[in-house]
Design a protein around this ligand. Structure first.
Ligand SMILES: [Zn+2]
Length: 230
């Protein structure tokens, strides 16, 4: 009897001790997770950023003017590939992109992969109601380039590309269609190649995709390689 009383009186401070520990841990966790000002990623559940555009470098790259939520100097458009400087429609693509975004505030949305291999911000760009990446694809001024880590709007973008191909707009107007027995796609980068391209040999066999035609590769969200021009 006496032993039991001693045991109970010894237990009581232990319960209070654990209650205090739990409350303090709760307070610490709340403070740690509380959104801080400037922490845009936490503040916005959709992980959006608002930035101002200074210049269009190409149809798939913009320079920011440093205001807004800018965390980087440049933004690369996700899910698409615009013509490179020596490819046809490079100028048209850049000019149209400038018309759409320069001097405006745009909203950036992100897929799973927020930066590219060169650590540049990779984003889907919205200006008002306009989805800029999609507009460029629909007007035949960019290819869809869907990767495993950035396929968030692929369905929408592929629909726009189908329309551009059907109406033969921009890059589709005088595209030279090659006729090879197979084309080779790399889902990591979202590009496809001819057999003879040196890039084909660099594709990890575990992820290599084979297509019967260039059209099939395009329909699956692969963009043509700028070197081998499949
Ligand atoms: Zn190639």
């Amino acid at each position: 009897m006496n032993g039991a009383v001693v045991l109970t009186s010894r237990r009581r401070p232990a319960i209070w001790y654990w209650l205090i520990v739990i409350v303090l841990a709760g307070v610490a966790l709340t403070l740690a997770l509380w959104p801080r000002s400037g922490d845009v990623q936490r503040r916005d559940p959709d992980r959006r950023l608002y930035v101002n555009v200074k210049r269009a470098v190409s149809g798939g790259k913009i320079k920011l003017d440093g205001r807004g939520d800018a965390v980087d100097e440049y933004v690369i458009y996700a899910g698409v590939r615009a013509p490179f400087p020596k490819e046809p429609y490079f100028e048209d693509s850049m000019t149209r992109n400038a018309e759409l975004v320069v001097g405006k505030e745009v909203r950036l949305r992100f897929g799973k992969q927020r930066t590219d291999a060169k650590e540049r911000m990779l984003a889907y760009v919205f200006c008002g109601d306009e989805f800029v990446n999609e507009t460029l694809v629909r007007e035949g001024l960019a290819y869809v380039r869907s990767t495993k880590t950035n396929d968030r709007f692929s369905k929408r973008l592929l629909k726009a590309q189908k329309e551009a191909r059907k109406r033969r707009r921009g890059i589709w107007k005088d595209r030279v269609w090659t006729r090879e027995s197979s084309y080779f796609g790399d889902p990591k980068y979202g590009n496809f190649h001819r057999r003879s391209c040196e890039e084909t040999d660099r594709i990890n066999p575990a992820r290599l995709r084979t297509f019967k035609s260039a059209g099939r590769a395009l329909d699956e969200g692969f963009a043509p390689c700028a070197k081998c021009k499949p």
